[in-house]
Design a binder for this molecule. Structure first.
Ligand code: C5P
Length: 217
């Protein structure tokens, strides 16, 4: 039997990429598949949580028992997440949110001119920062960090700066970790000073272990 240790816990998960359109047919994005977030959503649901998944454009299956909200851009994901946050106990932000959005070129497809193209970008809202700034003491925030430098040090700083209870750092350049892989290799750090580096594991197992950490906070 599934443990049901999250029975009564309302979990919000953001997952997948966001798409930032710069004309009606072209966008700026990244290769996130949403697999890590979907694994967490399913694990939490199996453990009895009431789960809402805010999904960027992904093609993945979720059990019908999970409340699914589909969004496209970072601004839409931010709006959906801040709407739901007051009625959630935990936010798990796995989405690979685009940090910048190109300024739109208007209603029609822009044409090539033979000249170099200059695109201006505006900064997108930071969803974790928004949740963190409006959190209630009982609410928990789990965030991710894709890093390329000194993973643990950067992650420790990011956890504090963004007000996360747990940060999951993955070295995006390691084979078998990160974007669109079925496995992940992560270092997990929590607000109580716990820190562990896990071997390369299926994302489903990373998800299950993370929920175990949540209950230790
Ligand atoms: O600061 P950085 O973008 O590296 O932090 C990554 C974490 O922040 C991830 O958990 C990601 O889902 C979240 N994030 C967010 N909104 C953004 C950018 C990142 O919630 N605009």
């Amino acid at each position: 039997l599934s443990p049901q240790d999250l029975s009564g816990t309302r979990v919000l998960v953001t997952l997948g990429p966001t798409r930032e359109y710069f004309d009606p047919v072209r966008f700026w994005s990244n290769p996130s598949s949403g697999t890590m977030g979907a694994s967490i959503a399913v694990a939490a649901w199996l453990r009895g949580a009431d789960v809402t998944a805010i999904c960027g454009p992904v093609s993945l299956w979720l059990p019908p028992g999970i409340h699914r909200i589909s969004v496209t851009s970072a601004v839409e994901m931010h709006e959906a997440a801040t709407d739901i946050w007051p009625s959630a106990d935990v936010a798990v932000c796995t989405a690979a949110v685009a940090d910048f959005a190109p300024k739109p070129y208007g209603e029609t497809k822009f044409k090539k001119t033979g000249e170099p193209l200059q695109v201006e970008f505006s900064a997108n809202p930071d969803i974790i920062a928004a949740l963190s700034n409006t959190r209630h003491v009982r609410q928990r925030i789990i965030g991710f960090a894709a890093e390329t430098g000194d993973l643990a040090q950067l992650a420790r700083e990011k956890r504090e700066r963004k007000g996360m209870d747990i940060i999951v750092a993955n070295h995006v350049l390691t084979p078998g970790a990160g974007f669109a892989a079925p496995t992940n290799e992560v270092t997990v750090i929590d607000a109580n000073g716990r820190e562990e580096s896990w071997p390369t594991l299926p994302k489903t197992e990373v998800a299950w272990r993370l929920l175990d950490w949540l209950s230790l906070l």
